[in-house]
Design a protein around this ligand. Structure first.
Ligand SMILES: [Zn+2]
Length: 505
C-alpha cells in the first residue's frame, strides 16, 4: 500500500499590502519527494502522518509529495497560485499510483482572483485521483472552510486548539481517519454548515480553564471518541480576509451515518452562534496599555499587539507601542520586535556599539503604520534561527534571517529581516534576551502567545492599535465579505441547516 503525504500551508491576510510569492515559500523551506519523509518525521502535521503510518500493522510505503509552507502574509500572486497547484499535481503524477492521500493544509490561503486556494487544489487533485482514492486533509482552526473543500476531500480534520498546540496530533488524527476509510467498512458522510459570524481571536483560548473555546474543544474531543464519528471540527476563521465566502463553519464526518452527522453538526453550529458574544475581547488603548504596564509593580507584563500579529499575517513593522513606551523610563528590559531588513543591513555595517539613527516602522505596513525617528545603539547582531515548539507546532525550524538588537535605555528593539513568530521565547533567546526577566514583552500575536506567557505573566493586556490584523476588525472596511455577517451586522434569527456530502455508495 502506498500513502502519499504533502503540505500546503500559509495563512493569508488580505489587509497586508505585501504579496506572497514563490520566494516566500522558498525562504521557509520547500521539500520534495523522499526529503519530505526524511526531514519532517518529527515536525507538525507531516510528522503526525509519518509517525502514525509507521505504526500501521501492514506498514504502508510513505510517498513524499511536496512540502510548500510560507509564513503568514499578504495575498499570494496569481502566478504563485498556479505554481503551487502545478507543484502538487506534478508531485502526485510522479507518485502515482497511490492508495490514499494525506494533506496538511491551512485552509485560509487566498490568492489574487483565487480566494479559495485549498478548495481549488483539492478539486484538481480529486480530478486526477478519481473517487476511489481517499483524500484526508488537515486544516487550521482559522481555516475558511468552503463547500468546495468539503466536496473534494473525503474528510477534513481540524486543529482543536488555539493556541495551536495540537498540530502534530492533528496529523495523527488525520492518519487515523484515513486508516478507517481504507479499511472500507463504510463511506464517510460529512455534514457541513457555515455559521454567519467571524470571531475575534483574543478570547479563543481553548486551553483556558473555562469559557466558550475550552467548552467547544472538550465537546469536539468527546465527539471524536464516539465510534461512528471520524472527525469533528469548528473553524472560527482568520478574520483578516476580505473574501466572498468568509464565515465560520462546523463540520462533522461520520462513518456512513448522515442523520448523526447532521445532528452533531447542527448542535456545534448552534452553540457557536449562540455563544458568539463571549468571544468579544476587552481591549485597551495603546496609551492605557503602556501606562498599566509601567504601573505594574513587578513581574512581566505582556502587551498583545494583535493588529501587527505576524502570526496573523500582518507585516510586523508597527511601532505604535514602541513610540508610547519610549515616553517612559523602565527598570528592566522592554522587548519589542520589528521586521526591517534594511535596518539590519545598516546595523551590521555599523557594528556593535555604534549608534544607528533613522526612522523605524511604517515601511512594510504603509497603510496603518507610522515612521518613528530614533537614535539607538546597536547592541547585538545575530541570526534569528531556531527550532520552535508549542503554539504552531512541534520541532518547527524557523529562520527569520540576519537580525539585530537596537537599544534605547532599557528598551530593546529586536529587528529581524523576515517575518516569523514575533512572540516566541526562542526568538528573544536567539537575540540574547530572556523574555521572562523583562518588564514588558510586546507579543505580536492575538492569542497564541498565551501558551508560553499566560502562567508566567503578572498581567496581559490586549491593545487596540491600528494595523493589518486589528482585534476590532469589524470597525475596518471590508468590501468582499458576505453580508449580513456578525459582528459587522446584527442578525436576529439564525439556525443551523447543515448540508450533507458523500456516503452514497
Ligand atoms: Zn490558526
Amino acid at each position: 500500500m502506498r500513502i502519499a503525504i504533502g503540505q500546503l500551508w500559509q495563512e493569508t491576510n488580505t489587509f497586508n499590502p505585501l504579496a506572497t510569492t514563490r520566494a516566500d515559500f522558498e525562504a521557509f523551506g520547500i521539500l520534495r519527494g523522499t526529503d519530505v519523509v526524511a526531514h519532517m518525521a518529527e515536525t507538525n502535521e507531516l510528522g503526525g502522518f509519518i509517525q502514525s503510518l509507521r505504526r500501521w500493522p501492514e506498514k504502508p510505503e510513505i510517498v513524499g509529495l511536496v512540502r510548500l509552507p510560507a509564513w503568514p502574509s499578504g495575498r499570494a500572486t496569481a502566478e504563485t497560485f498556479e505554481w503551487l497547484k502545478a507543484e502538487l499535481i506534478g508531485a502526485l503524477r510522479t507518485a502515482w499510483p497511490v492508495d490514499g492521500v494525506l494533506l496538511a493544509l491551512h485552509g485560509a490561503l487566498a490568492a489574487m482572483d483565487h480566494p479559495d486556494v485549498e478548495g481549488e487544489v483539492l478539486e484538481a487533485l480529486r480530478q486526477l485521483l478519481g473517487t476511489s482514492v481517499p483524500i484526508v486533509a488537515t486544516l487550521d482552526l482559522h481555516a475558511n472552510v468552503t463547500r468546495r473543500m468539503v466536496e473534494h476531500a473525503d474528510a477534513l480534520v481540524l486543529y482543536h486548539t488555539a493556541p495551536h498546540v495540537d498540530v502534530f496530533e492533528t496529523g495523527q488524527r488525520g492518519a487515523a481517519v484515513l486508516k478507517r476509510l481504507l479499511a472500507g467498512q463504510s463511506r464517510p458522510v460529512t455534514a457541513f454548515c457555515k455559521v454567519p459570524c467571524v470571531l475575534p481571536a483574543e478570547r479563543a483560548n481553548t486551553e483556558a480553564a473555562a469559557g466558550v473555546s475550552a467548552d467547544l474543544k472538550r465537546k469536539l474531543q468527546a465527539l471524536e471518541k464516539q465510534p461512528d464519528v471520524l472527525a469533528a471540527g469548528i473553524a472560527t476563521v482568520q478574520p483578516w480576509l476580505d473574501i466572498p465566502d468568509l464565515a465560520s463553519a462546523a463540520i462533522v464526518t461520520t462513518a456512513g451515518q448522515p442523520e448523526l452527522a447532521q445532528r452533531l453538526c447542527s448542535e456545534l453550529a448552534d452553540e457557536l452562534w449562540q455563544r458568539r458574544r463571549e468571544y468579544l475581547p476587552e481591549l485597551v488603548s495603546v496609551e492605557e496599555g503602556v501606562r498599566r504596564a509601567h504601573e505594574q509593580a513587578g513581574g512581566l507584563v505582556v502587551l498583545s499587539d494583535a493588529a501587527d500579529a505576524t502570526t496573523s499575517g500582518a507585516p510586523g513593522d508597527s511601532v505604535w507601542l514602541l513610540r508610547e513606551m519610549l515616553k517612559y523610563r523602565w527598570p528592566r528590559p522592554v522587548l519589542v520586535t520589528v521586521v526591517a531588513p534594511e535596518i539590519v543591513a545598516q546595523a551590521q555595517k555599523l557594528g556593535i556599539g555604534a549608534n544607528w539613527s533613522g526612522s523605524i516602522g511604517g515601511i512594510r505596513d504603509w497603510r496603518f503604520g507610522i515612521r518613528l525617528p530614533i537614535t539607538a545603539q546597536v547592541e547585538r547582531v545575530f541570526d534569528a534561527r531556531f527550532v520552535m515548539s508549542g503554539h504552531l507546532g512541534r520541532n518547527l525550524a524557523i529562520d527569520m534571517g540576519p537580525s539585530a538588537v537596537l537599544r534605547l535605555g532599557q528598551v530593546r528593539v529586536i529587528v529581524t529581516s523576515r517575518s516569523g513568530p514575533h512572540f516566541a521565547p526562542e526568538l528573544f533567546r536567539a537575540a540574547g534576551l530572556d523574555p521572562y526577566a523583562a518588564v514588558v514583552v510586546v507579543a505580536k500575536s492575538p492569542c497564541g502567545f498565551r501558551a508560553v506567557y499566560e502562567r508566567q505573566a503578572a498581567a496581559i493586556y490586549s491593545v487596540r492599535a491600528p494595523g493589518c490584523a486589528p482585534p476590532n476588525f469589524w470597525e475596518y472596511e471590508y468590501t468582499e465579505i458576505p453580508r449580513p455577517l456578525w459582528p459587522w451586522d446584527e442578525i436576529d434569527q439564525w439556525q443551523a441547516r447543515p448540508e450533507i456530502f458523500g456516503g452514497t455508495q
